[in-house]
Design a protein around this ligand. Structure first.
Ligand code: AMP
Length: 277
């Protein structure tokens, strides 16, 4: 396994890979969710590139960039047994050298949900992913359903910019109690960690209503809010029942829909979602 930092080293190493290449972009502090993406890439591609980069441009001024968990040594020890070819760990200076001024922006789809709560977030995500795509020239790129809007935005960008790359979206990996795995779960104290299962319970309750035949989106949003409100440590930021493709808020569910939410447990902001239909 080769660990590289610069664009020129990555390009040279990429040229030596013959056959299909899968890219798994991450911000590190890896957990089983990330590893499930790498394993899937390994199953489907001859070679796998993993990038580890805590991308400063996707963090807002009051977000957790400086305290985002990092442990490269541990990440490499988790990746090594999986048979990854290249690990790319660019620095912020490599990615955004002084004088940097080019951005990639997806429009309508980045306005609601995470986009409305985190202005500029997706501009940072699409810019860095476009740079990762350009540099590593993968055949397939792997993203998690955990970040549903991100996956939808990347799919749109890939189509719009004609990247010849298949976007593969992998299911959310969860802890035994249902909490979606996330590097940010590390911030939770014991009581918050216990309470954090409320996201899964709230989504499950709404899904149960849907499975019983409820198609009124407002009722599903109401059910999610009701379950969240019963957990004193949880502070809801938003709940949504939106069209799966456009991410527009629904009044009635006719096709595929996305239930999603952002919830604070103390200072830690968690997101989760279920797909319906
Ligand atoms: P991050 O390091 O948080 O930027 O995540 C890197 C990739 O892993 C993204 O495509 C995420 O959607 C994906 N991911 C994060 N958590 C999970 C999870 N629990 N299950 C599946 N994929 C995940």
């Amino acid at each position: 396994m080769n660990t590289l930092i610069t664009f020129s080293d990555l390009r040279a190493a990429r040229l030596s890979l013959k056959g299909t290449v899968g890219l798994v972009p991450t911000m590190g502090y890896l957990h089983e969710g990330h590893l499930s993406l790498i394993k899937r890439a390994k199953e489907e591609c001859k070679h796998v590139i993993v990038s580890i980069f805590v991308n400063p441009t996707q963090f807002g001024p009051n977000e957790d960039l400086s305290k985002y968990p990092r442990d490269l040594e541990r990440d490499l020890s988790l990746i090594t047994p999986l048979g990854v070819d290249l690990v790319w760990t660019p620095t912020a200076e490599v990615m955004y050298p002084s004088g940097y001024q080019t951005w990639v922006e997806v429009e309508a789809m980045t306005q609601p949900l995470e986009g409305s709560m985190r202005p500029g977030h997706f501009k940072g995500v699409t810019t860095v992913v476009a740079k990762l795509f350009n540099a590593s020239q993968p055949d397939k790129a792997y993203f998690g359903q955990k970040d549903a809007q991100q996956a939808a935005v990347i799919r749109q960008m890939t189509r719009d910019l004609n990247f010849p790359i298949e976007i593969v979206v992998c299911p959310t990996t969860r802890e035994a109690d249902g909490l979606a795995m996330s590097s940010r779960n590390k911030y939770l104290n014991e009581a918050e960690r216990k309470a954090a299962v409320v996201l899964f319970r709230s989504l499950s309750a709404a899904k149960e209503l849907y499975e019983d035949g409820e198609r009124d989106a407002e009722k599903l949003r109401g059910k999610m809010k009701e379950v969240l409100a019963a957990e004193p440590l949880a502070q809801m930021q938003y709940v949504s029942c939106a069209d799966y493709d456009s991410l527009e808020e629904l009044s009635e569910i006719r096709g595929k829909a996305l239930l999603s939410m952002a919830v604070f447990l103390g200072k830690t902001r968690l997101i989760d979602n279920f797909v319906l239909g």
